[in-house]
Structure formats: structure tokens, C-alpha cells
Design a protein around this ligand. Structure first.
Ligand SMILES: [Zn+2]
Length: 186
């Protein structure tokens, strides 16, 4: 093969790789939304969603996951199935099945962003990696410190909130939510 063609092909390959990378970066910076049966998962970082998905492990429920998810291996498909399975488990542990349950899950990159969101909302500091904001039916969670039982705990707040319809006392909320994350993997 003539040297010129080889060089041209190489340059073309490099340029198209750069273009693909550029497009992926643009995509990552856009606002992402995943709608599941029970939740709208929002993030302004595709990378945060990927990390979140990786850290949410529901291995002990994997039989359910495979049956439901089939061959869909995208981050969107995996996360959607996992969140809905966790919601089902939380409702089962609490024996509370609110009608038309729906929650928003805001996936932020790290704990610092979660603390900033909390401060902006409640004008005080807290050392949380996740919290539930009842007024907007929304969970805020740090992707890089997320765990299935932390998500289950916050989802429990959402389920309790929507089951009673009125604001339950904070102490009752916390005791029940803790009961869920302690029993989540049993
Ligand atoms: Zn709590």
C-alpha cells in the first residue's frame, strides 16, 4: 500500500476519533433524565450517572434484575431497573404501598455538591451524602458515595411521606427509614 494512503487513512482515523470524543463530551455536559416506573432520575453529568449506576449494587436481587432487564445493558436501562426494584423492596419492608408513587432522584457528582444543595435549600449546614426534600418529593444523592442501602433509606422517606400524605413526625420518619436500610439486604 502506498505510504500516502496509509498516512491519509491514519489522519482520517485520528480526526474521526477526536470528533467522536468531542460529541461524547458534549453529550456528557447536557442535562440527563431517566424515567423509570417510579422515578425521574436527573443529573447534569452523564459521568455521575455512570458512577452512580456502578455503585448501586443489588446483587442479592440479581435474579429479579435479569428477568426484568433482559439484555438491556445501557446505563439507563440498568439504573432504571435497579431503582424500581429497590423501590419495590422498600415498599415491601415497610408494608406501605402508596398509590401512584413517584419520586425525583437528583444525582450530584459528590458529597460537596449535596451539602451545597442542602445549604441552598435550608440555609444550614449538614454532613449528608444524601437527603430527601419532602416539599419537592426529591432525593439528592452523591454519585461517588452512593450505595444501594443509602438510596433505599432515602426512598423510604419518600414512600413514608407519600403513604401518609401528611408530614409524619421527623423521629418516626428516621426510625422507619433506618429500619429499611438495616433490613435492606436480609
Ligand atoms: Zn433519614
Amino acid at each position: 500500500m502506498p505510504k500516502k494512503i496509509v498516512i491519509s487513512a491514519f489522519v482520517f482515523f485520528m480526526l474521526s476519533s477526536v470528533f467522536v470524543l468531542y460529541c461524547q463530551t458534549q453529550l456528557r455536559q447536557g442535562s440527563e433524565k431517566i424515567s423509570t416506573g417510579y422515578a425521574n432520575i436527573l443529573s447534569n453529568s452523564g459521568e455521575a450517572l455512570r458512577i452512580f449506576n456502578k455503585r448501586i449494587k443489588v446483587g442479592f436481587l440479581s435474579s429479579l434484575l435479569k428477568r426484568k432487564a433482559g439484555m438491556d445493558l445501557s446505563v439507563e436501562g440498568q439504573l432504571s431497573e435497579k431503582v424500581d426494584i429497590i423501590v419495590e423492596r422498600v415498599k415491601m419492608i415497610l408494608e406501605m404501598h402508596p398509590r401512584n408513587f413517584n419520586v425525583q432522584i437528583n444525582v450530584l457528582p459528590d458529597a460537596q455538591s449535596v451539602r451545597a444543595a442542602y445549604r441552598k435549600k435550608y440555609y444550614r449546614d449538614a454532613d449528608f451524602v444524601a437527603f430527601y426534600a419532602p416539599a419537592e418529593k426529591a432525593i439528592y444523592i452523591a454519585a461517588d458515595e452512593a450505595k444501594a442501602n443509602i438510596l433505599a433509606h432515602e426512598l423510604a422517606h419518600a414512600v413514608i411521606d407519600q403513604f401518609f400524605g401528611v408530614a409524619a413526625p421527623t423521629k418516626i420518619h428516621e426510625i422507619l427509614a433506618q429500619y429499611v436500610d438495616e433490613n435492606f439486604e436480609d
